[in-house]
Write a protein that binds this ligand. Sequence first.
Ligand SMILES: Cc1cc2nc3c(=O)[nH]c(=O)nc-3n(C[C@H](O)[C@H](O)[C@H](O)COP(=O)(O)OP(=O)(O)OC[C@H]3O[C@@H](n4cnc5c(N)ncnc54)[C@H](O)[C@@H]3O)c2cc1C
Length: 423
Amino acid sequence: MMSESPQELDVLIIGGGVIGLCSAWYLQQRGYSVAIVDKGEIGQGSSAGNAGLIVPSHFVPLAAPGVVGQGLKWMFNPDSPFYIKPRANLDLIRWLWKFARASTQAHVERSMPLLLDMHLQSLALFEQLADENALDFGFEQNGVLMLYHSAVGEKECDELVEAAAHLDLQLGKLSAAAVSEKLPNLDLNIAGGAWLPQDAHLNPSRLIRVLSDGLKNAGVKIFTHTEVTELIVQNDQVAGVQTTKGGLFSREVVLAGGAWSANIARQLNLNIPLQAAKGYSLMAPSLAGKLNIPLLLAESKIALTPLQEGVRFAGTLEMAGIDLTINGRRVENIRRGASAYSPDLKISDQEMMNQKVWVGMRPLTPDGLPIIGRTSSFKNLTIATGHAMMGVSLAPITGKVVSEIIDGEKTSIRLDQLALERF
Ligand SMILES: Cc1cc2nc3c(=O)[nH]c(=O)nc-3n(C[C@H](O)[C@H](O)[C@H](O)COP(=O)(O)OP(=O)(O)OC[C@H]3O[C@@H](n4cnc5c(N)ncnc54)[C@H](O)[C@@H]3O)c2cc1C
């Protein structure tokens, strides 16, 4: 079927999630001929059904002091928002060991300015895509509210607000009454909240659609239902890939395979320390128009995003390998978890019956930072993965940086903290 020779194709991108699409976007803008190959539909990995939050407020990496202890407590509670499936898997054990070692205050302090810078640069690029490129992906920058109803949730909000102050990021704590003013359509049972004014949101499936339509119009070839089965190596370079539908060759290769990236890289004897972290989302069409600002619920770790078609409820972090099975109990917790904050925030039985639960796999690195950059072993291979719960938020800056790397230009962010070789 297909066969692209090196002269025809400059860059081949493995993975048609939000990271692969944004990489293609900035590469084609620089005049490169680009193709994307995906084993399924575009966006079907983790990129279409997530919460769609753009989150400068998420500047603290997942690997932070206290997270290991909290994780251990949650592990034994089937109703908690976090779960690691116990299994004798060497990769998981190594990953957990690296995670525990990375969870230091020094790592947090080193990572916060970088993550904030990446989110803010991404936000500006989203604005550009919406305004200058006139892409309609439901982009709205009207902040995010974090709500709490207990002392534990309040402590989390306090810590976030305090850490933000050190970075000159204005986040404010709000009384319950002040939260109510911002959410006039909801009855609330909360103790207070934090206001995250820089945060924004978008409709993830629309983002995927407008990006892939724009790319196709610009001549980018998108091969769906085409699985990469082998990477072809010649003289320290990845010359191309074998797929279920034939061979593809290119001068440069970008690996943006999300949670699958580690499996793909294994063929090159490259060890990418990634664990898949499963999450779910559900829609409440009856809440359309009721919520004007996205919510993050501090205790239950559920995100609620107002979309045109209703409110999306998203949550749960289950480390159980690459496994798309649905845990009904945890889905039910997402469905019901928001009603502790407001009796108005629930999904009816009818709405549950009418929908398919969405499952996504976040690609998690052991230090909570993505992996972006060339590898030392293959001159023409660029890796762009490991964005965990921030892949949408960090997609434009990642795509821009990938295009800068391939162009041999100075990158918009420093890459030393993001190199694969740090592990
Ligand atoms: C419940 C939930 C809520 C979330 N909410 C947010 C949020 O609010 N904000 C945010 O920024 N992030 C959020 N995220 C995280 C975000 O969804 C991910 O970080 C992001 O989608 C990762 O994008 P990606 O392109 O790296 O991976 P993916 O979207 O998973 O794309 C990887 C692609 O590679 C393809 N692929 C894999 N193997 C092969 C192969 N062998 N051959 C060809 N193709 C292959 C897959 O089919 C897939 O399409 C959320 C995630 C979840 C689960």
